[in-house]
Every structure is written in structure tokens, then in C-alpha cells.
Design a protein around this ligand. Structure first.
Ligand code: GLA
Length: 400
């Protein structure tokens, strides 16, 4: 038995099947996904137009790179088991679509499921993992979101490992986005399997509600935020906690969208827009392309932020950044405006995980408001600011 185990380990180390493609996501992936806004109502025109809009709107310049097709692109498997896209919705085929997206300087993502069927009832990859991975590689796919519906008694770690190995064997670097909703504590075992993993069930387009679907529930932005507790030490460059895709521009108020986006930046979460990029309001675009907020998210240290304090409706979060800077975000979860006052000299922010300290008594920081996009003082003076309901004050503390 022991010999067999050693043999398996040796084979694994010596062949090309047992690895993850590394360095594909050294900062949290940024892109767009069809699901939140369009569900199953997708086709190749939408994907092309979205790629066009990503470039013309300035989102590409702000860092967004992936155009991800979610569930329901599928047609049938043929008699040899090869999967084909729905011939009505994707008549040109995926290779042509990938070429188009690549010609815009963007990357194409696709979706499958570890079970027999996807959540939308389309063919899953179970039993076809290596064949599907080859197909995706041939099409020129760059990102795979791999879901967890209809998996019955499958072991999650094993199932995701199989797809990781299949992608590696197919030879095209493809980001693996694990989507098993946090059910099997993926953060404990996915670091060497995927590049990001969902930590929760699905997001729902509201600030703080729970949407009941009968057999399952989806979660408002604040509910998802609360579920990230205790997870920050599992994430880092090339392996990210994924609190689900953005709902910015899908119907919440501008303040709520701003709070949602800012908190996803603080969490070093993947920034996968979920709105209609072809028809965005000025406010939605401004939120998604705020380069200074995005810089907090994309900071090369890759350290997830943490909650420093909470009192009444107010939470204060910190995130260590390069060059000794910090991001600080004061989140007003309440509906009423809040008079926020912060006397730096009385605060001691220590991050044991990142081994960093703000040392406000010794170090002076200049304070930059990332939504006003201007300096608003230094940490020498007490900070006083009104924060509207369901909104944030997100700042960069720049070491002077
Ligand atoms: C699951 C996932 C969603 C989406 C749908 C598609 O619910 O969590 O993000 O991909 O499936 O059916």
C-alpha cells in the first residue's frame, strides 16, 4: 500500500497532469460575466457587443480583461462526446468568438460544471473533463468558471483537482474559477487547484436582504460581506477568495453601488462586472472605472483587508498596501447619514497577519479620498466627515 502511494506521488511529480497553471492571477482577476444581468438569455452578439463596450467605455483601460460567458451557452454533445455551443445562439462557434474577443485585446471565459448537468440543466463536464478541457483549449478559452450543481456524492477537492489536471494536460493556460459556494471550505484546499474560489452562495442585487428561492437562498451585498469573516489569511497572489460577481449598475442606488464596489476592492475580490456594459449610466461607469479604488484592489501585495472596528452602523476596514500605504474604508451600513470622527492619535491599527502597523503616533500619512479623488488632509488632524446612508468613505493613507 505504502509503495503504491509512493508510486502515485512519483508519477504525479514527474508528469504534466498534476499542476495548476501558475501566475495567471497575481492580482484579482478583472472582467465581466453574463450571469447577473442576463441569466440564460445570452448569444454571440451580446458577447461581441460587450467586448466592444468594454473597450469603448474605458473599462479595458481601467484593467478589465475577461469577457466571461456563464451558464447556458451549451448545445449538445456529439456521438464522440464533444460539446458544442448552442447552434442558434452561438452559430459562429466559440473559436470565432474567442478570436474576436482576442482581437480587441481581451480574453474569453467560459462556464461548466463538475456534475452531470450545469445549474441551468445543460451538459456538465462529469466524465468528460479531459475532453472538455482540450476543447476549451482548442477554442482559445482563457478562463473557466467551474460550478457545483448536480454533483451528488462527488468529492469536491477531487472533482476540482481532476479539472485542474485536465486543463494542465490540455496545455493552454486557463484561469480556474472554482464555484462551489464555500460548501466544502474550499479555502482550506484550493490554493494549488484554482486561482479563485467562491466563498458563498449567489449574490443578489440588494444591499442587505436575503432572497428566498424555496430550496436555496441568495444574498445581498452586506450579507456576503459578513460571510468573509476569518477567510483573509487563505488568500494571496494567484489564489483569491471570491465573494461573487459585482451587482454594480443592476438596480441598487448609486451610494449602495459605491459601497459594494469599495468593499470588494478592500477584500481584494475578483472584480467581475455583472451589468449591461452596452447601456451604463455615467455613475455606474464612474464607479467601475475608478482607477484609484481599483488600485487598492489590484495592489501587488495582494493582502485582503480586515475589519478594524464596528460601532452602531459603522464599520472601519483597513488594507495594507505597497510602500507602507494603507487603504481605509468607513462603511455606513445604516440608512441615516453618519457624522464620522476619527482621532488618529488614539487609534492603533495592528495587522498580525500582514505584520504591519499604522503607527499613527510616529508616522504621518496624507489622506486621499478615493471618490472625491483629492487630498483631504493628513493624520495630524482629527478627521471629520459626513457619510451618507449605505455609503462609504474610502481613503488611501499615503506615507509621507
Ligand atoms: C450557480 C452559480 C452562479 C451561476 C449559476 C448559473 O448558481 O453560483 O454564479 O453561474 O449557477 O446557472
Amino acid at each position: 500500500m505504502k509503495r503504491l502511494l509512493i508510486l502515485i506521488i512519483l508519477i504525479c511529480f514527474s508528469n504534466a497532469y498534476c499542476q495548476k497553471f501558475e501566475k495567471l492571477a497575481l492580482t484579482p482577476p478583472m472582467g465581466w460575466n453574463s450571469w447577473n444581468k442576463f441569466g440564460c438569455d445570452i448569444n454571440e452578439d451580446l458577447i461581441r457587443q460587450t467586448a466592444d463596450a468594454m473597450v469603448s467605455s474605458g473599462m479595458k483601460d481601467a484593467g478589465y480583461a475577461y469577457i466571461n460567458i456563464d451558464d447556458c451557452w451549451h448545445g449538445e454533445r456529439d456521438s464522440l462526446g464533444f460539446i458544442h455551443p448552442d447552434p442558434q445562439r452561438f452559430p459562429s462557434g466559440m473559436k470565432v468568438l474567442a478570436d474576436y474577443v482576442h482581437s480587441k485585446g481581451l480574453k474569453l471565459g467560459i462556464y461548466s460544471d463538475a456534475g452531470w448537468k450545469t445549474c441551468g440543466g445543460k451538459p456538465g463536464s462529469r466524465g468528460y473533463e479531459f475532453q472538455d478541457a482540450r476543447t476549451y483549449a482548442e477554442w482559445g478559452i482563457d478562463y473557466l468558471k467551474y460550478d457545483w450543481c448536480n454533483t451528488e456524492k462527488l468529492n469536491a477537492e477531487g472533482a476540482y483537482l481532476t479539472m485542474r489536471n485536465a486543463l494542465y494536460a490540455a496545455g493552454r493556460p486557463i484561469v480556474l474559477s472554482i464555484c462551489e459556494w464555500g460548501s466544502n471550505k474550499p479555502w482550506e484546499w484550493e490554493k494549488n487547484i484554482g486561482h479563485l474560489w467562491r466563498t458563498t452562495g449567489d449574490i443578489y442585487n440588494c444591499f442587505d436582504c436575503i432572497k428566498d428561492h424555496g430550496t436555496w437562498q441568495s444574498w445581498g451585498v452586506m450579507k456576503i460581506l459578513d460571510m468573509q469573516k476569518g477567510l483573509r489569511e487563505y488568500a494571496g497572489p494567484d489564489y483569491w477568495n471570491d465573494p461573487d460577481m459585482l451587482e454594480v449598475g443592476n438596480g441598487m442606488s448609486v451610494n449602495e453601488d459605491r459601497a459594494h464596489f469599495s468593499m470588494w476592492c478592500m477584500l481584494a475580490a475578483p472584480l467581475i462586472a455583472g451589468n449591461d456594459l452596452r447601456n451604463m449610466s455615467k455613475e455606474t461607469l464612474e464607479i467601475l472605472t475608478n482607477k484609484e479604488a481599483v488600485a487598492v484592489n489590484q495592489d501587488s501585495l495582494g493582502i485582503q483587508g480586515f475589519k478594524y472596528s464596528e460601532k452602531d452602523s459603522i464599520e472601519i476596514w483597513f488594507k495594507p498596501l505597497v510602500k507602507g500605504d494603507w487603504a481605509m474604508c468607513t462603511l455606513n451600513r445604516g440608512k441615516q447619514p453618519y457624522k464620522f470622527s476619527f482621532d488618529w492619535k488614539n487609534e492603533k491599527v495592528i495587522d498580525d497577519f500582514a505584520k504591519r502597523e499604522t503607527k499613527f503616533a510616529e508616522i504621518i500619512y496624507s489622506i486621499r479620498d478615493l471618490w472625491l479623488k483629492k487630498e483631504i488632509g493628513t493624520t495630524k488632524e482629527v478627521l471629520n466627515k459626513d457619510i451618507p446612508g449605505h455609503d462609504v468613505l474610502i481613503m488611501r493613507l499615503i506615507k509621507m
